[in-house]
Design a protein around this ligand. Structure first.
Ligand code: ADP
Ligand code: MG
Length: 484
């Protein structure tokens, strides 16, 4: 492990993260960019590079890339360019991919990253560029040929390229997770790793601790999970250290992490950029962006997850874990905030009801909000009924389940189900007197010093009232009478 050898070696890591932008159309055509359609049903002529077709840039994709750039503290270039990256592969019918190369849209940003344990670190973002995705080759079992699906050809991506500032696999994982949170909150990507909307290439080298110079790096291609980025890097760092310890040299390579074998394997020697014969795409004019557009995008940025989480901690006095759960999904955080708008009381009551009850009642909270059975004002009203002891905590849970089920108002449910708590002293007093009269033995026991009997009496009161007596009032009245 790196930790064991940490005294002598240090890892240097830089990530290239690809995010698919959630625009309706592709980057240079009007074909749909949606995931999951039957093969080759979403392909415009320009996506295949048919002669006589020309690309037309999708304005919304540019805006999405700008949003990401601004959220990552990057500068937006007033003038950037698209280039052709030439290579031959069956899933790339044009023979080149349109990408931004020498002059990308966003440059020099940064992101603060805090792994679960350890100090936080500022990671530089070298640049963010826009590019189109390639198609997908399918190698099916039992067939000697391969099939090609061009639906993904031309789907818009941004590639976020970090500086080599990360030092541990845990930091790399935290960085990737934070990027995911950011693009999802921004609404520019669904951040779905399992569907390939987000994936990364991880560059890593090792060097003797204290050295200034970087070692030779390898690149782990196409990592599609947070676990794999951490584990793949850990294995690759171990391999590089072992190679050096054996007196060997690390070869500059493109490698793959195989999670089943939990090891990395060489794929090919790394290509150099001149292999791609980049040149400016003559079909596309320079992308020109004025200050006004940049400013309007900047104004439209939402509060991001880490900002919300910090605000919940600092101004709402929630714990970090609670703040983390509430902000994990943006609709969840929005629901929490609109409940607070209708609620007079402590924010942590609302937090508790959402985290401990609502999330349990609903399997998929984010969907349920769209079901519209549960409105923020109604949820706030139910919590206030519990706060004011009009209904018990348990009755509140029943009311909540019923609200989700039927969409009825809490007041309606409480009346219909007779859930109102009895706090009226004279009513409870009468019940208590009957119970004490019926159980003289227990009264004696209590008076003889057996305090536990009080709990038994409270149980009797609850039973007699079908759980509706306010237990606090019952307890007070019982103690008064028993000690009279
Ligand atoms: P290329 O032109 O081969 O794509 P870049 O200079 O663009 O290389 O770097 C690609 C990624 O590799 C960046 O995220 C960068 O931070 C990272 N990187 C560069 N050099 C090293 C190194 N020696 N060790 C680890 N990561 C590195
Ligand atoms: Mg690069």
């Amino acid at each position: 492990m790196l930790e064991q050898l940490g005294a002598t070696y240090e890892a240097v890591i830089g990530l290239e993260v690809h995010c698919q932008l959630s625009t309706d159309a592709k980057l240079f055509s009007r074909a749909s960019a949606q995931f999951g359609a039957p093969a080759n049903t979403q392909v415009a002529p320009v996506d295949m590079g048919l002669p006589g077709t020309l690309p037309v840039l999708n304005r919304r994709a540019v805006e999405f890339a700008m949003r990401a750039g601004l959220a990552l503290n990057a500068d937006i270039r007033h003038r950037s360019r698209f280039a052709r990256k030439n290579y031959f592969y069956p899933d790339l019918p044009k023979g080149y991919q349109i990408t931004q190369y020498a002059v990308p849209l966003c440059e020099t940003g940064h992101l603060e990253v805090a792994p679960e344990s350890g100090d936080s670190r500022r990671v530089g973002i070298d640049h963010i560029h826009l590019e189109e995705d390639a198609g997908k080759s399918q190698h099916l079992e039992g067939r000697s040929d391969s099939l090609v699906d061009l639906n993904r050809c031309g789907v818009p991506l941004i590639e976020i390229v970090s500086d080599p500032d990360l030092r541990t696999p845990a930091e790399a994982r935290a960085y990737m997770k934070k990027l995911r949170d950011i693009v999802v909150y921004l609404g520019v990507s669904d951040g779905n790793l399992s569907e390939g909307s987000m994936r990364c290439d991880a560059n890593v080298s090792v060097r003797p601790t204290g050295d200034e110079e970087f070692g030779t790096r390898t690149e782990l291609k196409n990592i599609n999970s947070f676990k794999f980025v951490r584990d793949g890097l850990a294995r690759e760092i171990e391999r590089q250290i072992a190679t050096l310890e054996d007196g060997g040299e690390v070869e500059q390579q493109t490698r793959l992490y195989d999670p089943d074998a939990d090891e990395t394997r060489a794929m090919r020697t790394k290509e150099e950029s001149h292999d791609y014969r980049y040149f400016p795409d003559p079909d596309l004019p320079p992308l020109v962006i004025d200050d006004e557009w940049i400013e309007s995008v900047r104004q439209s940025l939402p509060e991001l997850r880490h900002e919300k989480r910090a605000r919940y901690r600092e101004t709402l006095a929630l714990g970090d874990d609670e703040a983390g759960v509430l902000t994990a999904r943006r609709p969840r955080a929005q629901f929490f905030e609109s409940v607070l708008d209708h609620y007079e009381g402590s924010p942590d009551h609302v937090a508790n009801w959402i985290i401990n009850e609502l999330l349990r009642v609903l399997n998929d909270f984010d969907e349920a909000i769209e079901v519209e059975t549960l409105t923020a004002p109604a949820f706030a009203e139910m919590i206030e009924m519990v706060d004011e002891e009009r209904i018990s905590q348990n009755a509140g849970k029943d009311v909540l389940a019923e609200m989700v089920e039927t969409g009825d108002a809490p007041e309606t449910i409480v009346e219909r189900e007779g859930l109102e708590q009895v706090s009226d002293e004279s009513e409870i007093e009468g019940i208590i007197e009957d119970i004490l009269d019926d159980h003289p033995e227990q009264v004696e026991e209590y008076r003889g010093g057996k305090d536990q009997v009080l709990g038994w009496f409270i149980g009797q009161v609850m039973q007699a009232t079908q759980g509706k007596a306010n237990p606090k009032v019952a307890r007070e009245l019982l103690t008064d009478k028993l000690e009279a």
